[in-house]
Design a protein around this ligand. Structure first.
Ligand SMILES: [Mg+2]
Length: 230
């Protein structure tokens, strides 16, 4: 059996990465421009639900808006070495499985995603890690290429995907005939408010997902439990 995991908001909280990135940008702005207070302003916008133009908005607030500066801030944000940790349930879930039983499929900017993988120590713990953006933006989920790649050597019914975003994560595994996906709906995750599709099993943590797996007869057991739950 192959357990495939998403990264952001599945193994760690994406908001922790956002804050870590804002801190890096804050330090850069203080050094390069003598500007203080970016972190607090940007975080205020983020927790208020603002997305996509936070850098511009903060610079506008302090009369420093400049497209070149925004691009540089974006580069600092994306290339920083993040201060993030695996959530406790993610750490124990990964520890309880052999690296050969696990894979990761994640979208996102390649430099950022690989920095997260390094920071979380995942390379040593997960045999196959695919950052879809390494192939190009067109291969981000729901494109099936990454799922087809990790499935090599397994039957579709031996694979399961655990992820958090109902808008894109579960389309390809369902189309390939994988087991019903497990939707992890973490408190304070970015997509927490989006309902879980009926075709998925919802869990709040990976401890709950682990209950679906049982040593000895993992695939059969999960399928049996899924049949009971759905
Ligand atoms: Mg995610």
């Amino acid at each position: 059996m192959l357990i495939v995991l998403d990264l952001d908001d599945t193994l760690y909280l994406e908001r922790d990465y956002v804050r870590s990135g804002f801190k890096a940008v804050d330090a850069w702005l203080a050094t390069e421009c003598g500007t203080n207070g970016f972190l607090e302003r940007a975080w205020h916008y983020f927790v208020s639900g603002r997305r996509n133009d936070i850098f511009n908005q903060v610079l506008r607030d302090i009369d420093l808006e400049d497209d070149g500066k925004v691009l540089k801030m974006l580069e600092v944000y994306r290339s920083h070495e993040p201060d993030i940790q695996l959530l406790p349930d993610a750490l124990s879930f990964i520890r309880n499985h052999a690296s050969t039983e696990l894979a990761i499929i994640s979208d996102g900017h390649s430099v950022s995603q690989w920095a997260k993988v390094r920071s979380l120590g995942l390379k040593e713990r997960v045999k196959t890690i695919i950052i879809t953006n390494d192939w190009g933006r067109e291969y981000w989920k729901p494109h099936p290429r990454a799922f087809e790649a990790v499935q090599q050597g397994y039957l579709p019914g031996e694979c399961v995907y655990i992820a958090d975003n109902p808008l894109k994560d579960f389309i390809a595994p369902a189309a390939l005939g994988w087991m019903p996906s497990i939707r992890i709906r973490r408190a304070r995750s970015l997509h927490e408010d989006i309902p879980t599709p009926e075709s998925c099993i919802e869990v709040g943590t990976l401890d709950e997902a682990a209950i679906l797996f049982c040593k000895g007869a993992k695939g059969r057991n999960l399928r049996k439990r899924i049949l009971c739950l759905t």
